[in-house]
Design a protein. Sequence first.
Length: 186
Amino acid sequence: MSGPQSAAPARGAKSSDKTRRWLLAGAGAAAAAVGAGIALRRLEPEATESPRFWTLSYPTPDGGTIRMADLRGRPLLLNFWATWCPPCVDEMPLLDRFYTENKANGWQVLGLAVDQLDPVKRFLGKLPVQFPIGLAGLAGTEIARELGNAAGGLPFSVLFDAEGKARERKLGRLSPDELAAWRRAA
């Protein structure tokens, strides 16, 4: 009489289980990579153009007007900022230095404040800049989105070439090395 027999898995079954586990692990890793890629794309500015951008005008703190159409024809560094945004405030001297060093070579810098008149006037009274400042207000966030700032964060900068095409975008504070690379690219 023989006792209960254990059913030992066949050699092919072990191999099949291993293969299945590897396939599942590979599929999981691929899904994770796709998810990470999507998340990073949402954080990075999306390459897009705003058809209405060059038709807009902005008031200045001193009562003037900046017409975007007047800025076409020379490289333009556009910076969206706000007085309540610490990285924005930190990069203002860098942007001002960039402007003063490059304006003789045809460069333009424009700061569009996603802010209100009084705080901008107070800020510029304490930390004046040589480049023009326009008041975009809350509508500035929508224009920034149209220019590729899907996250809606500040500061956000866009480099336009002389033809008015956006060449570079950066969400977050610019560095001197980035500005030097942008200058060479335009």
